[in-house]
Ligand binder design. Structure first.
Ligand code: AMP
Length: 414
């Protein structure tokens, strides 16, 4: 089955084309056919298309809206220019899988998109006012262009965390506010944490119920998840992705009283403060230089820039604190798993996060740590360490494609 995976943001659409079916899933032999991205939708867009095994094509072109973006992606995919063997016309696209950011409390797993599911995604707009409308635009665009005969599946970023127990998802604010507004911890990056947990148990040859790990997704957005017996039991992002770890431009945890204090001192509205905490904080805010960890590491190394060093230190300290907290919350774990752009590629950051955790049994193997970059998967702790460490590259698109196949086949059986 050829699946188009779409990840629609407010002004961007990322896609992948993946050939997969139950047999290929079992053999871990799914085929990536193409990928790409359209950024700055609504004006002169930057378009990157790449058929697997060939160099990327990058060009600018006016793209009016999400429908035009999806249209352009499909036209390119079927073109002689893309020259994808398996795809000669839109009839060769058999299903579409969508990343949907917020599924609220209603969606606990991936689902075939029916009118009712679509209404449910609309109902969650309140909780993700920037993201869910873009996801809906992507769903409508694919439906209009491919027709209602092509099944579409929603894969929710929040779904994996719906197993959190009450004591982990409730905030200590008046309970009726949870009842009235559904204010609680939802967590995000669920597809990534779930994928990495699946790869971990496959590598170890163990069952889901034996999977007791802490996953650290460290990219531009960052989150930690405590996974016990294969289920998410706590996670660092909250009602929104702002809570938890230090991120590229997000502050993560802060004293909530700062919001009002800042608003008064700087003459800002609370919305402006929230924007500041989302867009101008984190690594960027502390360093005053960049949200890019690679650049910060270079600055610290080459120029010994004090604030670059500080940003890296605060980032790593916060991650280490979460490891400790989750070990306590879970009653111990077997491994810490690093993923995301930073987690997969920076031995330096991994070493800083794990520094001083030897007492709890986590000892990195320096050589293995250095050797695991650029998509290499495996163990980076010393043989016999009580708490192991792994690098496992994430692949949310692959999991979305696989969920899409499973949902479509399950629906066909009924
Ligand atoms: P993501 O959002 O998962 O694509 O991750 C983006 C983040 O990964 C950025 O902060 C990048 O600087 C960081 N990153 C990518 N490669 C490296 C690297 N080799 N060393 C450190 N950080 C990296």
């Amino acid at each position: 089955m050829n699946v188009l995976v779409l990840n629609c943001g407010s002004s961007s659409v990322k896609f992948q084309l993946i050939a997969t079916d139950l047999d290929l899933i079992a053999k871990n032999a799914d085929r990536k056919l193409a990928r790409g991205m359209i950024e700055r939708i609504g004006g002169e867009a930057i378009i990157t298309f790449r058929a697997e095994g060939r160099p990327p094509q990058r060009f600018a072109s006016a793209v009016r809206d999400h429908r035009a973006a999806v249209d352009q992606i499909l036209r390119w995919s079927c073109s002689t220019e893309a020259n994808i063997d398996a795809i000669r016309s839109v009839a060769d696209i058999h299903a579409v899988g969508h990343r949907v950011v917020h599924g609220g409390e209603r969606f606990t797993r991936s689902l075939l998109i029916t009118d009712e599911v679509l209404r449910g995604i609309e109902d969650c707009i309140d909780l993700a006012p920037l993201h869910n409308p873009a996801n809906i635009r992507g769903i409508m665009a694919a439906r209009e262009i491919l027709g209602p005969g092509v099944p579409q599946v929603a894969v929710f970023d929040t779904a994996f965390h719906q197993t959190l127990p009450e004591h982990a998802y409730l905030y200590a604010i008046p309970y009726q506010l949870y009842r009235r507004h559904r204010i609680r911890r939802y967590g995000f990056h669920g597809t990534s944490h779930r994928y990495v947990a699946y790869r971990y148990r496959t590598l170890r040859g163990i069952a889901r119920e034996q999977t007791d790990i802490i996953t650290l997704h460290l990219g531009n957005g960052c989150s930690a998840t405590a996974i016990k017996r294969g289920q998410s039991v706590d996670t660092s992002m909250g009602l929104t992705p702002l809570e938890g770890l230090v991120m590229g431009t997000r502050s993560g945890d802060i004293d909530p009283a700062i919001v009002d204090f800042l608003a008064a001192k700087e003459g800002l509205t609370t919305q402006e403060v929230e924007m500041l905490l989302n867009k101008q904080s984190g690594l960027l805010g502390i360093s005053g230089l960049t949200n890019d960890m690679r650049e910060l590491l270079d600055e610290a190394r080459e120029h010994d820039d004090r604030r670059a060093r500080l940003a890296i230190e605060i980032f790593c300290y916060r991650a280490r604190k979460y490891i400790g907290a989750y070990l306590a919350a879970m009653g111990g774990a077997d491994a810490v798993v690093f993923t995301g752009g930073i987690g997969e590629n920076s031995p330096d950051v991994r070493a800083r996060i794990c520094a001083g955790l030897e007492w709890m049994g986590l000892e990195l193997d320096q050589e293995q740590n250095l050797a695991h970059t650029n998509g290499r998967e495996g163990l980076i702790s010393r043989d016999g360490a009580r708490l192991a460490a792994y690098v496992i590259p994430t692949d949310e698109e692959l999991l979305i494609a696989r969920d899409t196949v499973r949902c479509v086949l399950a629906a066909e059986e009924h």
